[in-house]
Design a binder for this molecule. Structure first.
Ligand SMILES: Cc1cc2nc3c(=O)[nH]c(=O)nc-3n(C[C@H](O)[C@H](O)[C@H](O)COP(=O)(O)OP(=O)(O)OC[C@H]3O[C@@H](n4cnc5c(N)ncnc54)[C@H](O)[C@@H]3O)c2cc1C
Length: 446
């Protein structure tokens, strides 16, 4: 294995879903030679990452995509969210978040993941340093001290690739985690998200709705042609019944959950179901290995944060790797990768706790808890500072932001990336510095 070997790369990304493809693009045009390995073709109906799901992209995500040079193409596929209305079905508490209070043109944007996949795939074709291998199902990974080895096997042919660093972006049921014996914290919510889109009688006016019900949250997101994307969380034992309803009965059941704010629901699209779980890998880096996106953390979709969190992994890892490569460091070195893991730890911990807490507290029918959460929603509505803080977090603008999250390209000369002007929260340790083993705050079940 040499650097001139066509099967040797600086970086191999396993999984070309929304997060893995984004990492390849973020590092596109740079010095690293990258292979992106994806099992299912980007535009295939069976592509699990690019399906009919509508994804709420946070404002911070827009900035990262802008820094990556893809927002112009992606933005054209999105519908802006100007305000969010949060309420608890059958109770008085509610709060509203508005883009005008934050001084931005939108709190977020809604994109269908299939359309995002098409934009990302087009961009990948333009990157000279990124080789996309697809279909390329990975069947094994072995981590050595000098390099990592990855086996692709499509049943007809087997191929071995090597790299200084492997990034696992292979989703919630990551096989890379299993092959390398990385333990997870994992629990099922006993809930299933039924997704579809509906056309309401009244204009949505670019408002998103998050409505908490005793069986789980119900979200409506604004889309083009006055459609709304629906994420209806139901008890898993009720999912088949709800999926099996005819269109009129489905619309009536949904209307009963949501109420009359948007008038009658007139039309409904295709329905799909996703069982919901929380998964968190207990290690996010090892020598020559990093985990990103759903392979590192899979969240309840209650607050629409899973992909946004994964894209922030991308922004930080891309920055750490670019800086390491520019400094002549080995990008698979544990010290380099620890800088990524430590920078991301707080955001992961907060988002898991936030989404898990929301999913549990609002699904609980106990009267004292119900009163508390109603008081909580009202308090948020009445206290501008609390509301502002909540909004900044869900917009992905809280904490120390990597260059891409400030809309800057990684390829720009990083003269603002100095200790004085933009201190790195966890600067790359110099060689020889001891980095503590084990990185992750433990997330306790609530
Ligand atoms: C109902 C629902 C609604 C959601 N809404 C939102 C939202 O509004 N906002 C938000 O931010 N997030 C949302 N999410 C979360 C979001 O969909 C995920 O966080 C995101 O898809 C994770 O992307 P990923 O690339 O990490 O993983 P995935 O999307 O799972 O992609 C993994 C990729 O790896 C490939 N792969 C797997 N194994 C192999 C292998 N062995 N070899 C090669 N390739 C492999 C797969 O084919 C796939 O393409 C929602 C999730 C659900 C279920």
């Amino acid at each position: 294995m040499t650097d001139g070997d066509s099967n040797h790369y600086d970086l191999i990304i396993i999984g070309g879903g929304m997060v893995g493809a984004s990492l390849a693009i973020a590092l596109g045009g740079g010095p690293l030679r990258i292979a992106l390995l994806e099992a299912v073709p980007f535009r295939a109906d069976a592509q699990p990452s690019y399906d009919d799901r509508a994804i709420a992209l946070a404002y911070g995500t827009r900035r990262i995509f802008a820094g990556m040079g893809v927002w112009d193409a992606l933005g054209a596929e999105t519908t802006p969210i100007h305000s969010i209305h949060i309420s608890d079905r059958g109770h008085f508490g509610f709060t509203r978040l508005d883009c005008r209070d934050e001084g931005v043109e939108a709190l977020g944007y809604v994109a269908v993941s299939r359309a995002m996949g098409a934009v990302l795939a087009d961009r990948l074709e333009q990157l000279p340093n990124v080789q996309v291998l697809c279909p390329a199902p990975v069947t094994n990974v072995v981590i050595g001290s000098d390099h990592a080895e990855v086996v692709i096997d499509d049943g007809a042919q087997s191929r071995r690739l090597t790299a200084k660093l492997v990034v696992a972006a292979d989703g919630a049921n990551s096989q890379v985690r299993d092959w390398l014996g990385i333990a997870t914290q994992r629990w099922e919510y006993g809930q299933t998200a039924v997704i579809t889109n509906i056309t309401p009688q009244r204009p949505h006016n670019h408002r998103a709705y998050e409505r908490f019900t005793t069986s789980g949250p119900l979200a409506l997101l604004p889309m083009s042609e006055n459609r709304c994307s629906v994420v209806w969380t139901v008890r898993s034992q009720d999912a088949d019944g709800i999926l099996g309803l005819d269109e009129a009965a489905f619309l009536a059941a949904l209307q009963a959950r949501f109420g009359g704010r948007l008038g009658d629901f007139l039309r409904v699209g295709v329905r799909r179901a996703y069982p919901l779980m929380m998964v968190r890998a207990k290690e996010h880096v090892r020598t020559r290995l990093a985990l990103i996106g759903n392979a590192a953390h899979t969240l309840h979709p209650v607050a629409g944060q899973g992909f946004n969190l994964g894209l922030r992994d991308v922004a930080v890892l891309a920055e750490v790797l670019s800086d390491a490569a520019a400094a002549g460091r080995d990008i698979g070195d544990l010290e380099v990768l620890q800088a990524y893991a430590q920078w991301r730890r707080r955001d992961h911990f907060k988002m898991i706790a936030f989404t898990d807490g929301l999913a549990r507290v609002f699904a609980n029918p106990l009267a004292p808890l119900r009163a508390l959460r109603n008081a909580g929603l009202l308090a948020v509505d009445l206290m501008p500072f609390v509301k502002h803080t909540l909004t900044r977090h869900t917009m992905g603008l809280a904490g120390k932001l990597p260059r891409l999250a400030r809309g800057l390209s990684l390829m720009q000369p990083s003269k603002d990336f100095t200790a004085t002007q933009f201190p790195h929260p966890n600067p790359l340790p110099s060689r020889g510095t001891k980095v503590p083993k084990g990185e992750g705050e433990q997330v306790k079940r609530g």
